[in-house]
Write a protein that binds this ligand. Structure first.
Ligand code: C2E
Ligand code: CA
Ligand code: CA
Ligand code: CA
Length: 274
């Protein structure tokens, strides 16, 4: 297999070797970092507009790499998915986020991103239950952010798993809503508590087409009893628009970037900007 690999490589342009070598090196570093615990979670406040205060935080992973600097999750999550490293990494994310949230005041929730690959692996539900138990966190304070892509492989199995998680008390948020390939008909079969409207619609909300899509998502979500969160709110104008369209929660740089755990706690203690 090794010889075949070398032969295959010889068909590529010379520069390709560099890319392949780089990916191999990154994969090795990723594997080491998973084993040695080389990641941190940052937390971005989610603001409840009616209460005018944070109702929780989204956990966002960061990889401080010794020579590459901060590697973006957009660059290593896909690699972790391809290599299967997402399973131990995802388990760590759940444990760490639950542990942190158990120290937060009141009823603040933590929202954890779940990769479709991680979700579909057997043992996912146990990983969630284990993380909650180890942290002593009430299931009601954990929210899992999933995307429509979990429905592609085996929609029936995914829906069953979501029902089981919800019956534990865990909340389900549909992330990046509006960007996937799903049709609206999925919404009828898919159990969820929250819809997060993708940043691309919020960025363009001054455009009547984008505003109409936001309005439609709010209408359908509200009809289903879901909370609607606007992602990526950066300006006062965008905030006014999403409020006007009926979003009940907002997240974005206008309020705060993702913060290290200690700074996230400091944020809770001071009033929101709205
Ligand atoms: P996402 O789940 O949609 O997360 C929101 C992303 O938007 C985050 O980028 C956040 O920092 C960024 N963001 C928040 N507010 C604003 C804003 O006002 N303006 C702009 N321009 N950006 C904003 P980040 O942390 O780089 O994460 C990127 C993606 O990587 C996430 O998108 C998610 O898909 C994935 N990801 C991050 N952390 C995890 C994780 O722990 N597990 C998994 N499976 N995926 C993760
Ligand atoms: Ca998310
Ligand atoms: Ca999102
Ligand atoms: Ca996104």
């Amino acid at each position: 297999a090794k010889a075949a690999g070398r032969n295959t490589l010889s068909f590529y342009e010379p520069g390709m070797d560099g890319i392949v070598a780089d990916r191999t090196a990154l994969e090795r570093d990723l594997s080491n970092a998973v084993r040695e615990g080389g990641f941190v979670l940052y937390y971005q406040p989610i603001i409840n507009l009616a209460a005018d205060r944070p109702c929780g935080f989204e956990a966002l992973i960061r990889w401080p790499h010794p020579s590459r600097g901060m590697v973006s999750p957009m660059d290593f999550i896909p690699l972790a998915e391809d290599t299967g490293l997402i399973v131990p990494l995802g388990a760590w994310i759940l444990q760490e986020a639950c542990r942190e949230a158990a120290g937060w005041p009141g009823d603040l929730r933590v929202s954890v991103n779940v990769s479709a690959v991680q979700f579909q692996k057997p043992g996912f539900e146990q990983a969630v239950i284990g993380a909650l138990a180890a942290a002593g966190l009430a299931p009601q304070r954990l929210e899992l952010e999933i995307t429509e892509s979990i429905l592609i492989a085996d929609a029936e199995a995914a829906i069953t798993c979501l029902h089981r998680l919800r019956s534990l008390g865990v909340r389900i948020a549909m992330d990046d809503f509006g960007t996937g390939y799903s049709s609206l008909s999925y919404l009828r079969r898919f159990p969820f508590d929250k819809i997060k409207i993708d940043r691309s619609f919020i960025r363009d909300i001054a455009d009547p087409d984008a505003a109409a899509i936001v309005k439609a998502i709010v209408g359908i979500g509200t009809q289903r009893g879901a909370v609607i969160t606007a992602e990526g709110v950066e300006t006062e104008e965008q905030l006014a628009c999403v409020r006007q369209e009926g979003c009940s929660e907002v997240q974005g740089y206008y309020f705060s970037k993702p913060l290290p755990a200690q700074e996230a706690l400091d944020f809770v203690r001071k009033p929101a900007r709205a």
